[in-house]
Design a protein around this ligand. Structure first.
Ligand code: GLN
Length: 278
């Protein structure tokens, strides 16, 4: 069979059937990959392109997906908080679970200020916040230069370059002493997965381990950061940490030891996802 001569609709049906072996969202994956290959939106494709010839690279993309590569890496893009973010190997794919951090930040902060995003990755948390707060400026720090390249590119695409800077920082090595505070808001989605945890292959085989794993209980980075953020917070400031769904008690205990009164916020699936420190 010559795959190149299939129609889009036939190729989608075949790809979706294949993907069912490796994905819970088989048909959606196929449609997103196809629309990207065609250079149109998914709805445009479904309305106007179903009978055209399947584009050439589609099969290569399907093979990547069959090998568990995340759709976001195949597309080179992931939406977060309604905004497009460029992503690729070496940078964590923004999750919708993390949107609660941005919502909470928008709810708890005023009209103007300075924000720090620790472990910014693609820049998703920082840029989503700044896109909704035109009078704020921000700093996105990460240990990975590759991630910082994605972040600064994303800032450019979103028209936020002039309000952002992207310093390299390895807090496991250097702590936070060199970071020039104070900040009215600190956002942080640190690595928090326990070493050796059983992750799905899409994540385990493709996403950067340095953005995921944090020691035997997943708490290593909180132990470094929670005692250090106080010195960087402006009077009346707020810090918001993402946590794993089972880590609320442990992270709140670390925060209480530092004199904070932590509050928990839940994600879209109603699991504990953010700890707010004030
Ligand atoms: N939420 C991510 C996952 O479950 C983990 C992100 C992180 O460690 N910060 O894959």
């Amino acid at each position: 069979m010559n795959a190149v001569r299939k129609s889009v609709s036939e190729a989608l049906r075949d790809a979706a059937r294949q993907f069912e072996k490796t994905s819970d969202t088989a048909r959606l994956d196929a449609e997103l990959i196809m629309a990207h290959r065609l250079g149109v939106s998914r709805s445009q494709m479904l309305l106007t392109r179903m009978d055209v010839a399947c584009p050439k690279g589609f099969l290569d993309d399907c093979n990547r997906r069959m090998a568990h590569e995340p759709v976001a890496y195949i597309l080179g893009e992931q939406e977060f908080f309604g905004l497009p973010f460029k992503v690729g190997p070496g940078v964590l794919i923004p999750r919708s679970d993390s949107e609660v951090l941005v919502e909470t930040a928008l709810e708890l902060t005023g009209d103007a200020g300075r924000v720090l995003d620790l472990g910014t990755g693609s820049g998703a948390l920082l840029l989503a916040f700044l896109a909704n707060r035109p009078r704020w400026v921000g700093v996105g720090a990460d240990q990975s230069m590759g991630a910082l390249e994605y972040a600064s590119q994303n800032a450019q695409v979103l028209g936020l370059s002039e309000r952002t800077s992207w310093p390299q920082l390895d807090w496991r090595e250097a702590g936070l002493a060199q970071v020039p505070g104070p900040f009215d808001l600190i956002l942080c989605n640190p690595p928090y997965v326990e070493a050796g945890a059983d992750l799905v292959r899409d994540v385990e085989d493709y996403e950067p381990a340095s953005a995921l794993f944090a020691g035997s209980d997943g708490l290593d980075d909180y132990r470094i950061l929670i005692p250090a953020v106080g010195a960087l917070m402006q009077e009346g400031g707020v810090a918001i940490f993402e946590i794993g769904a089972t880590q609320a008690d442990a992270v709140c205990a670390l925060a209480q030891e530092q004199g904070f009164s932590p509050e928990i916020r839940n994600d879209l699936a109603n699991r504990p996802r953010a700890v707010v420190l004030r």
